[in-house]
Design a protein around this ligand. Structure first.
Ligand SMILES: *Cc1c(COP(=O)(O)O)cnc(C)c1O
Length: 397
């Protein structure tokens, strides 16, 4: 997945444009820039790449989720439905606004289970946040139908699925708002950065102002700009945007490599009847950033992932005991270990996590092994890896 593996001349060239004029900020200083607007250029490039009307760059993927929710009016007391399998950023971004994270089970797509979502809807539900984990997607038709039926927002966190599609539509562009991360380990990187994408003009204008202190960005005198509403600083710098501008142009190349490597690995494992693959909804095409498969039991998945590690098959994980991505080990969340006081409704919701039954999620995450697809492997290395993986799995079955 990581674009940093192929960092090179194009990135250097874009960065040098910024270093040559010294304008490291995305707004203002028109006279000094010599025509270089890296953040603006990256936003237009992303509009084309993801076939979307509006893109707002921000400082991180986590910021993108907060900005997306704020732009659509989600805040104190509102419930946001999110999956048990994601990155800690999901609940961080929700709680940042005083909203309440409501965790629900995933299904065999490794994303939100529509049935669990429907059961979790209350009068306070404001948004469903589908997190397109590990290069693929949830059951978007069903999730969209639920969000329409209950008139709640559908937010797509596509941070890990840049370049995947559903019925030909880029992931991130299907919900009311979509979020990307361009942190150092994502498919394309800015070093640090993120984006909110939407076809809704109002949400875009809100995101544009909110991510820059609520400044209205009208006129040529930045210091005289007015504030239609409160904001914050989630700006991206020109240096980061410059790297992203080079990387986004290479996205088709990165996706092609991922697909090639993924296909070799998948074919090698397809011969083993006990191995099954994560469900990709009909009409969906993965970004091929990860290969996810299931083994028959949790014990087997543990043994195989240990053996992978010991025998040099790196970058494969069983997330059951993972601190970053799965609810079981989010002790700091369940115990509400916050540096500052949290609202009583957030505390009440977090308290339920201690006893909530997530056995359905355990059933999928426990048996899953998730393998990162690297860009820097040679084809020969991928073939050797594929053979080794198949051998190890067969040895334990
Ligand atoms: C990486 C990631 C984020 C957060 O992105 P940052 O840019 O690191 O803040 C959010 N959600 C998911 C699913 C991610 O993988």
């Amino acid at each position: 997945m990581p674009g940093f593996e192929l960092f090179g001349d194009l990135e250097r060239q874009e960065l040098n444009d910024v270093l040559d004029n010294g304008v490291l900020m995305r707004y203002g200083f028109d006279g000094m820039r010599k025509g270089h607007w890296k953040a603006k250029s990256l936003e237009s490039e992303l509009c084309k790449t993801f076939n979307i009307k509006h893109v707002q760059l921000v400082s991180s993927g986590t910021a993108a989720v907060s900005v997306a929710l704020a732009a659509a009016g989600v805040g104190a007391g509102d419930e946001v439905i999110m999956p048990t399998f994601t990155f800690v950023a999901s609940f961080e971004a929700i709680m940042m606004l005083g909203a309440i994270p409501v965790l629900v089970d995933i299904d065999e797509t490794l994303c939100l289970d529509p049935k669990a979502v429907e059961e979790a809807i209350t009068d306070n539900t404001k948004a469903i946040m589908v997190v397109q984990m590990c290069g693929s997607m949830g059951q978007m038709d069903a999730l969209k139908a639920i969000s329409d039926k209950h008139d709640v927002l559908l937010i797509e966190d596509a941070c890990q699925a840049i370049g995947g599609t559903y019925n030909g539509q880029p992931l991130g562009s299907i919900g009311d708002l979509g979020c990307f991360s361009f942190d150092f380990v994502k498919t394309i990187t800015c070093g640090e950065g993120g984006a909110v994408i939407t076809n809704n003009k109002d949400y875009y204008v809100n995101a544009d102002h909110f991510s820059d202190h609520g400044h209205d960005h009208i006129g040529n005198d930045r210091g005289a700009e007015r504030h239609p509403f409160l904001g914050y600083n989630f700006r991206i710098s020109e240096l980061h945007a410059a790297v992203g501008l080079a990387q986004v142009k290479r996205l088709p190349e990165f996706l092609a490599i991922q697909k090639k490597h993924y296909t070799i690995l998948r074919e090698a494992l397809s011969d083993i009847p006990e191995v099954t693959f994560r469900k990709v909804p009909e009409g969906g095409e993965e970004s091929y950033a990860f290969l996810n498969f299931f083994l028959p039991t949790l014990e087997l998945a543990h043994k195989v992932s240990e053996a992978f590690k010991n025998e040099g098959v790196d970058a494969c994980w069983n997330y059951y005991d993972n601190n970053w991505h799965y609810v079981r080990k989010w002790h700091h969340l369940k115990e509400a270990k916050s540096l500052y006081p949290l609202s009583s409704d957030i505390l009440a919701s977090l308290d339920t996590l201690k006893t909530q039954d997530f056995s359905q999620s355990d059933h999928f995450i426990g048996r899953n092994i998730s393998c990162l697809i690297k860009l820097s492997w040679t084809e020969e290395e991928v073939h050797i890896r594929a053979k080794k993986m198949a051998q190890i799995i067969k040895q334990y079955l």
